[in-house]
Write a protein that binds this ligand. Sequence first.
Ligand code: FEO
Length: 396
Amino acid sequence: RNVTKDVVWLGGDDRRLALFENVYPVPRGVSYNSYLLLDEKTALFDTIDQAFTHQLLENVSFVLDGRSLDYLIVNHMEPDHCASIADILFRYPGVKIVCTAKAANMMKQFFEFDVDQYVVPVKEGDTLSLGVHTLTFVMAPMVHWPEVMVTYETTEKILFSADAFGSFGAIDGNIFADETDYKNQWLPEARRYYCNIVGKYGPQVQALLKKASRLEISMICPLHSLVWRKDLDWLLEKYSRWSSYEPEEKTVLIAYASVYGHTEQAADAIAARLAERGVPNIAVYDVSKTHPSYILADAFRCSALVFASITYNNGIFCNMETLLHQIAAHNLQNRTVAFLENGSWAPVSVKHMTDTFASLKNMKVLEESLTIRSSLKNCQGDCLEALVDSIFQSLA
Ligand code: FEO
């Protein structure tokens, strides 16, 4: 698929994969994007996942139409993009691999071929002329691995952005974001992709955004999902917000762990009372039903988070523990947090949940936690209202 006259998308759309990185459900699949630029010299931007190597080789051969491949630009060495490198070298032994020194070292770890024979190492600001098109290399460490760089094509002003600005979801024919109802159909999966894959590395993403702000960009070609040629400011604003851990909306996420439904009932009571106070777009999740990647993504969206857990094995319920660990591991910050615990004889989950969040920055934990013993009782109405009031006031 041509994305410009000289740049061709050669990706693969994986709709069979159940778990991306063997952990994240991808019910709408995922795309692995590779791009080929045709100029006096030819350059392939990243390879592809092993599952699509055959397709990539076929596509590269078709588009080259008998020409040689001069350069393979390796922006990122994670195997969903680098798995086909050796296959490309086997087909095109004269190719030069352009990548960072760190990427070259990783290549030696992943492959057995003589990496030094092929690699042209580049660093910040280095350029490579392909003819009409000139490439400039911009380092982007920890977006998402330490060896990552992005490549800026100066003639058509295209940013080949590696993992940045990608999304979960296979490309369904429409390759450009502006050909889709992106805000409704793609944004939740783009947010889930960002928060789970790169969310931990907000400062590094901010550093890349700062460099990108100095470039005139007309198109963004990421390694996953849709190509951007319109509304780039909207996309950059989302990334700016996510990477600075600022919520998108003043609203509340409630995640509960419940075995027999009593804690769920308390969570629903909080949600209903917040809704009655006019709070829009409240999200309520059962941590045993919904994969933590979805709840983490919505926690990046919401300004206030409520966690309600039964006490289990004298600690937090296992699925809630996983969720809280994921939130802490991704460095979420700048939120109001409230806790609710249930325990039929020794409720302790508030203490453990509080401890889990102790290392996170700018988390305002509300004093009004709520303890229920087995079930929420009518006589606890005042405590419930006080907790709801406190959450509501945090949204002002
Ligand atoms: Fe899509 Fe970090 O690889």
